[in-house]
Design a protein around this ligand. Structure first.
Ligand code: OAD
Length: 254
């Protein structure tokens, strides 16, 4: 057996683990029907990031940018979390310290029941005032007004997401690095592991001694550094790991 897919050994590790951090990317929501960014059907194959997901695209054509986000909100709104998200929500209750750090903006981890979630790239259901920075939630699908306007001051609202060329929220990023380097096990699920700074989190966890478990149907730049590398869909692999974990727990109780 390929050592990196050694499920019994992973179960042994998990039975002795209290601190887990999970880094997720678009792949965990793929089985819910949300397009990823870089695959064959990925968003960046069909759309040009610089025309839709940059501050200059927004200042040149806020209407076009908001139409694209309105379309994505419509897709997300019509889908639901899958067994991958649900397994992580279940583990959030099982392990004493369990944080999901996500690059996704769909809100599916919270929808599935995860409570400790750090959103590195923002959330598509939040908007921010371009003048005063006021943050608000908005679940309207489709949007009644494009581009939307701040109800408090009348300025343009923007999606509360991180665009290319923008920095991530400093306090969220600091917390993500701290938690990663304190973790005993870090799962890296459904991310191509090429976008910084998120792609550095598993390396900082590994440097501090964490075991790295990758779940992805395709190899990534992280794969050769991972202690465990499961090639497959997270909606299948995560419930499979959970079932084995439950079996092992029952066995050790009995
Ligand atoms: P990508 O589209 O780059 O990568 C998705 C990954 O998910 C790929 O490695 C796929 O092999 C894998 N994948 C596909 N289906 C899967 C499944 N069922 N189970 C598990 N894995 C699967 O998405 P991200 O890595 O999330 O940033 O992209 C990172 C960032 O780049 C995004 O947050 C976004 C984008 O530009 C911003 O918008 C700031």
């Amino acid at each position: 057996m390929n050592k990196s897919q050694d499920l019994p050994r992973l179960i042994e590790v998990l039975l002795n683990t209290e601190r887990i951090v999970v880094l997720t990317g678009a792949g965990i929501s793929a089985e819910s029907g949300i397009p990823t960014f870089r695959g064959e059907e990925g968003l960046w194959k069909k759309y040009r990031a610089e025309q839709l997901a940059t501050p200059s695209a927004f200042s040149q054509n806020p209407h076009l940018v908001w139409e694209w986000y309105d379309w994505r909100r419509g897709i997300i709104n019509s889908k639901t979390p899958n067994p991958g998200h649900h397994t992580l929500a279940k583990w959030g209750k099982r392990f004493p310290f369990f944080t999901v750090i996500t690059q996704n903006i769909d809100g599916f981890h919270q929808k599935a029941g995860s409570s400790d979630v750090l959103e590195l790239h923002g959330n598509i259901w939040k908007m921010r005032c371009t003048q005063k920075g006021t943050l608000m939630e908005n679940n309207e699908v489709p949007l009644k007004l494009i581009p939307p306007i701040c109800p408090k001051c009348g300025a343009l609202l923007r999606p509360h997401v991180v665009w290319f060329g923008e920095s991530l929220d400093f306090s969220i990023l600091t917390k993500a690095f701290q938690l990663s380097s304190k973790s005993q096990v870090m799962f890296v699920i459904g991310t191509s592991a090429v976008v910084q700074p998120a792609a550095s989190l598993p390396f900082s966890a590994a440097d501090a001694g964490a075991k790295i478990v990758e779940i992805n149907p395709e190899p990534t730049p992280l794969s050769s550094h991972a202690d465990f590398s499961f090639r497959g869909r997270s909606g299948k692999i995560l419930p499979m790991i959970d079932a084995e974990l439950e079996k092992a727990e029952k066995h050790s109780e009995g």
